[in-house]
Structures are given as structure tokens and as C-alpha cells.
Design a protein. Structure first.
Length: 130
């Protein structure tokens, strides 16, 4: 399960970082397209694009730390680090869930990663499998 969280988490943080770049530069690229091609593009929901982009970059950074914590068997703490910033970005701009959804899914998977048991099974004295 740790490797599944590592794989999905890594792809999720990359997708979240790309989403952050998308939202940060959406307005500038839209203006360039309108000037070059002489078309009118619709606005994407509201004016919180740059704020959502920055929040997605922060979510990607926290997601990286959370992914490493889940891989090192600290699943619940890593899940919190991966999930809380994605919820914050979704509050600012709900369309950002397109990019941060995989990171949120890997955070839900990380909840099931637990530490090693304290009392490991002891070797049976009758077992002679040398």
C-alpha cells in the first residue's frame, strides 16, 4: 500500500503543480490568444485564478512532504498534509479539483498506511529452518 500511495501521490503532486501553473498564467495566455487570433475567450468562473494557482503550488509542496511521510509509515499525518491544501484550493476555485483530485485520492489511500506493530512476532524455539 505504501508504494501505491507513493506512485499515486507523486503523479498527483505533479498534476497539482501543473494545475497551479495553469491557473497562474491563464489570464496572461488568454490575453495573448485574444490579441493574436482576434477571438473572445470566456472567463473561467471568477477572478481567483492566481490565488488558486498559488494555493495549488503550496498544495503540491505539502503533498510531496505528505507522500514521503506516508511512504515512511506515517499515513495519517501524511494524509492530512496531502488533503487539507487540496480542500483549501477547492474552496477558492472549485475547478482546481480537476488537477488536485488525484492527490486527494492518494491522501485517502494514505489513511490506510500504518506503522509497524510494536510487538513483532518472536521466533519459535521449535522452528529450525536454518
Amino acid at each position: 500500500m505504501r508504494f501505491v500511495v507513493l506512485l499515486f501521490g507523486f503523479v498527483g503532486i505533479l498534476l497539482t503543480a501543473v494545475g497551479g501553473a495553469f491557473f497562474l498564467y491563464l489570464e496572461q495566455v488568454g490575453r495573448m490568444i485574444e490579441q493574436e487570433m482576434e477571438v473572445t475567450l470566456p472567463t473561467l468562473l471568477n477572478e481567483a485564478n492566481a490565488e488558486a494557482g498559488l494555493f495549488l503550488w503550496i498544495a503540491a509542496a505539502f503533498g510531496f512532504v505528505g507522500m514521503l511521510m506516508a511512504f515512511l509509515r506515517r499515513g495519517k499525518q501524511g494524509a492530512a498534509l496531502m488533503l487539507v491544501p487540496t480542500i483549501g484550493a477547492a474552496v477558492i476555485h472549485p475547478v482546481s479539483l480537476i488537477f488536485s483530485g488525484l492527490q486527494a485520492f492518494s491522501a485517502l489511500l494514505a489513511v490506510f498506511v500504518g506503522p509497524l506493530p510494536i510487538n513483532t512476532p518472536k521466533k519459535d524455539p521449535d522452528d529450525h529452518d536454518d
